[in-house]
Ligand binder design. Structure first.
Ligand SMILES: Cc1ncc(COP(=O)(O)O)c(C=O)c1O
Length: 382
């Protein structure tokens, strides 16, 4: 018998890896110094921050000095998008993104649009991927930045990051990618992929909440800082760093790099089993987004004739999310599922199952059996 409730919402957040907590603890207790102080307590804390910076950089093939610590991917995305757009303004006033981006990217772009910038929102196909020719056509001499996420948080599809990077480089446009759902899960290399800016989040990779990073390729253009203050993080992100949170993110990145192949196999096998059990027992089940180009820990499925919310209500011992859900819990149809062409009934019938490092075999068995049973019961009540 498996312990209940079962957590299958790994895109929303992940549990802290105990190895991460162990590395954080000294910075919450004895090594409590301000990393910006010029004495032994400060130097000790600063040394921890620099080890963390190296570990983050190592995960994505970057140099440590090109990593800036932030409070999470929301802040990294805001700094990358608004900071770069304002730095290039007024000679360039156009940015490009995709309709399926996370709300913090879309809202950053909307804020720029309210302040006189032009924003192109690229559509996606039924597979959730942007069209590369359309991206190329959308770039004008006024375009400063392209921001396209690596892995989508709702449907798990992986955009063609290397090809997007190549287009941006050829057209001399800055390329930012929101890699909150990708870093530590799929191999990423900022040089090979021509990525100029990359956003990372701690709590999506078994690290703590409240910390993230922004990779920033050294270029002749720097983003405009969004915070004014003591000038920490090369003046780009003022405020006292938390050595504990930095150590947590750094350790999470180190473990993710070390265990990436093992995690991937584990997650791929569990997802394959979950999918084949569900598809083998039920008709009218469809996978949302590209089947081939996806992160396996995300199973976003439509169950014909069943509302995701009704499934959640019946399955209180299993934590997963419905297609209508969004970050703040507003019951609005998902903009991502709408963008891949689903109608209202299909969106309402979608659920996202998130599988991760800590998911166990027996949890998949329990969840698959109970989801199948609940879908059958809901369908017979129609
Ligand atoms: C793709 C994506 N970008 C950005 C974020 C925001 O990350 P954070 O919670 O670190 O601010 C998330 C988290 O939901 C995400 O999935």
């Amino acid at each position: 018998m498996t312990d209940l409730p079962i957590y299958l919402d790994y895109q929303s957040t992940t549990p802290l890896d105990p190895r991460v907590l162990a590395e954080m603890m000294p910075y919450l207790t004895t090594k409590f110094g301000n990393p910006h102080s010029n004495h032994s307590f400060g130097w000790e804390a600063a040394a921890g921050v620099e080890i963390a910076r190296k570990n983050v950089a190592n995960l994505i093939g970057a140099a440590p000095e090109d990593i800036i610590f932030t409070s999470g991917a929301t802040e990294s995305n805001n700094l990358a998008i608004k900071g770069m757009a304002y730095a290039a303004y007024p000679s360039k006033n156009h940015i490009i993104t995709a309709v399926t981006e996370h709300m913090c990217v879309l809202e950053s772009c909307a804020a720029l649009a309210r302040n006189g910038f032009k924003v192109t929102y690229l559509p996606v196909g039924a597979d959730g991927l942007i069209d590369l020719a359309q991206l190329d056509q959308a770039i004008t001499p006024k375009t400063s930045l392209v921001s396209i996420m690596a892995v989508n948080n709702e449907i798990g599809v992986i955009q063609n990051i290397t090809e997007i990077g190549a287009i941006c480089m050829a057209r001399d446009v800055i390329f930012h990618t929101d890699a909150a759902q990708a870093a530590g899960k799929i191999p990423l290399d900022v040089s090979a992929m021509n990525i100029d800016l990359m956003s990372i989040s701690g709590h999506k990779i078994y690290g703590p909440k409240g910390v993230g990073a922004l990779y920033l390729r050294p270029k002749n253009i720097q983003p405009l800082a969004l915070f004014d203050g003591g000038g920490q993080e090369r003046g780009l992100r003022s405020g006292t760093l938390s050595p504990a949170l930095c150590a947590g993110l750094g350790t999470a990145c180190k473990i993710a790099k070390q265990d990436m192949a093992k995690d991937h196999d584990h997650i791929h096998n569990l997802a394959k089993r979950m999918k084949s059990e569900i598809l083998g027992s039920l008709d009218g089940v469809h996978l949302n987004g590209s089947e081939k180009q996806r992160y396996p820990g995300n199973l976003n499925l439509i169950f014909d004739g069943v509302k995701g919310d009704a499934l959640i209500k019946r399955l209180r011992n299993i934590a997963f999310s419905a297609g209508s859900a969004c970050s703040t819990g507003r019951a609005e149809p998902s903009h991502v599922l709408t963008a891949i062409g689903l109608d209202k009934a299909q969106i309402e019938g979608s659920i996202r199952i998130g599988i991760g490092r800590m998911t166990m075999d027996q949890e998949i068995n329990y969840a698959a059996d109970h989801i199948i049973d609940a879908v059958k019961k809901i369908r017979t009540q129609l």
